[in-house]
Design a protein around this ligand. Structure first.
Ligand code: SF4
Length: 187
């Protein structure tokens, strides 16, 4: 899995992530949302479960695939790099959606209670937080399996995708608050 590191030739950093990395990142993200949403729907049952589950799915997909390319990507170095492809591929979508921002404002993604970073974390955590009380109220083996899958996807993201596939090769990692909080920056 070798990415394109030119131009700039910063060792180990990709200008274009391999398609397999982009597919893995988005596949794990969408799987997390879908399995989490299904767990909430089945966990609470009836119309209330359906309502909460669909609200969760809408929130998760919108914050990731609409708000992120509108608010975070315009300030990202991948937005401006010629022939680039970031780990999510959203730099390409963002260019069509909104004008360029300011790379110096990239860290704004982590500022404020409702900042994009917190929404991103909430979308990953909500199904886990929601399924635990559902299991206590009305235990179901299927919901337990879905909960374990979502926890597994979260662990996989934190311990494999971020450090081995995404952030390790990211040209933004030295100005990225996420990479800094995970100690994945090199500054
Ligand atoms: S360092 Fe990681 S979290 Fe930050 S922009 Fe790059 S891939 Fe995204």
């Amino acid at each position: 899995m070798v990415g394109n590191t030119s131009p700039g030739n910063i060792p180990g950093m990709y200008t274009r992530y391999p398609a397999s990395s982009v597919a893995l990142y988005n596949g794990a993200t969408i799987a997390h949302y879908l399995v989490g949403g299904a767990g909430i729907i089945l966990g609470y049952g009836s119309w209330i479960g359906l309502l909460i589950g669909l609200l969760y799915l809408t929130f998760a997909l919108v914050q990731m695939y609409i708000l992120m390319p509108m608010k975070v990507c315009p300030n990202c170095i991948y937005y401006r790099l010629k022939d680039s492809l970031c780990i999510s591929g959203m730099n390409l979508f963002s260019r069509k959606l909104t004008p360029p921002g300011d790379v110096k404002s990239f860290s704004v993604r982590a500022k404020g209670a409702l900042c994009p970073n917190n929404l991103y974390i909430a979308a990953l955590a909500i199904p886990i937080i929601a399924m635990i009380p559902a299991l206590i109220i009305n235990f179901s083996v299927v919901v337990l399996i879905l909960l374990l899958i979502v926890i597994g996807l979260l662990v996989f993201r934190i311990y494999f995708i971020f450090p081995k596939v995404a952030c390790v090769h990211c040209r933004a990692k030295n100005i990225c608050p996420n990479a800094k909080s995970m100690k994945l920056n090199t500054n």
